[in-house]
Design a protein around this ligand. Structure first.
Ligand code: ATR
Length: 264
């Protein structure tokens, strides 16, 4: 039986096993997908298991998406550009790192038919997923991207990778068409201590968080008359792409698939 893993820390909240095992069963594939909490110094063990075919592949989540890179032989163009890997596969004897967060986000945006071309984007946060967002947004030809992060230095560091971004101090908000919450604020129903009351209406409020399905950030956006969207479809599409890479089949996304992810 083939075995797949998602590794990271924390990992308890991950819904990847639920989704992948559901698809594995639908296709009658002889495999299982598990989650494993690991520290940075345990990455080598997982890599060894993949090279010895004890594992057939792995998803990688925070805080290991960048730290895993030195262990890999080759990166996909998206993984290379973002320095972020969320899917690993052994191709012949080459360990390849992919980034399916980029296409996951792109597919989620296509699905809602929102035209990002020439739009002004504000990203809250500068953590692991942000390089993937910036890469995808640049590919969608947005007008500009402003990063607002509590720890300004982490946002400034992103300029090394992406020279077209602007950074402003946490507490301020730029004029924007789209605001994306990429902080972890909201996972436990926390508020974001930013003042949105002057941003106006008819903007897009997008949250990477999908559980809870409506964070306080999205509630606030909706109340002010804006379109809102959570990260559920991005999560589904990144898993879809990983599934395709490993099993060479397109899984189905149905109402049943969506119900799997309804935790709240
Ligand atoms: P990591 O930063 O390790 O990559 P992450 O979950 O990908 O982890 O990112 C967490 C994001 O949420 C960061 O942008 C973090 O801001 P800092 O860089 O200042 O840590 C942001 N965040 C978490 N708690 C926050 C809080 N209480 N207020 C504001 N931002 C917060």
């Amino acid at each position: 039986m083939k075995k797949f893993l998602v590794i990271g820390n924390p990992i308890d909240h991950s819904l990847s096993p639920k989704l992948h095992n559901f698809w594995i069963q639908k296709f009658g594939i002889n495999a299982v997908y598990e989650k494993k909490k690991i520290e940075e110094n345990e990455i080598g063990e997982v890599i060894k298991d993949i090279k010895q075919h004890k594992l057939s592949g792995s998803n990688v989540t925070v805080p290991l998406k960048k730290k895993i890179i030195p262990y890999l032989d080759k990166l996909s163009p998206e993984a290379e550009r973002t320095q972020s890997v969320n899917t690993i596969i052994l191709e012949d004897k080459t360990l390849v790192g992919y980034n399916t967060d980029v296409s996951g986000f792109e597919s989620a945006i296509k699905r809602i038919n929102y035209d990002f071309k020439k739009k002004k984007i504000c990203i809250l946060g500068a953590g692991g997923v942000v390089p993937s967002l910036i890469f995808a947004l640049n590919r969608m030809q947005v007008l500009d991207i402003t990063i607002v992060n509590r720890t300004r230095r982490k946002a400034e560091d992103l300029k090394i990778q992406f020279d077209n971004i602007k950074v402003i101090e946490w507490g301020n908000l730029p004029f924007f068409d789209v605001v994306i919450n990429a902080t972890s604020l909201g996972l436990n129903n926390e508020d974001i201590n930013l003042n949105f009351s002057n941003v106006g209406s008819n903007k897009l409020f997008y949250d990477i968080i999908y559980n809870p399905s409506e964070t306080n950030f999205l509630k606030k956006g909706k109340k002010l008359g804006n379109q809102i969207e959570n990260g559920k479809w991005m999560f589904i599409f990144q898993a879809f792409e990983a599934f395709k890479l490993w099993h060479r089949v397109n899984p189905e996304i149905t109402d049943e698939t969506l119900k799997l992810l309804e935790n709240d």
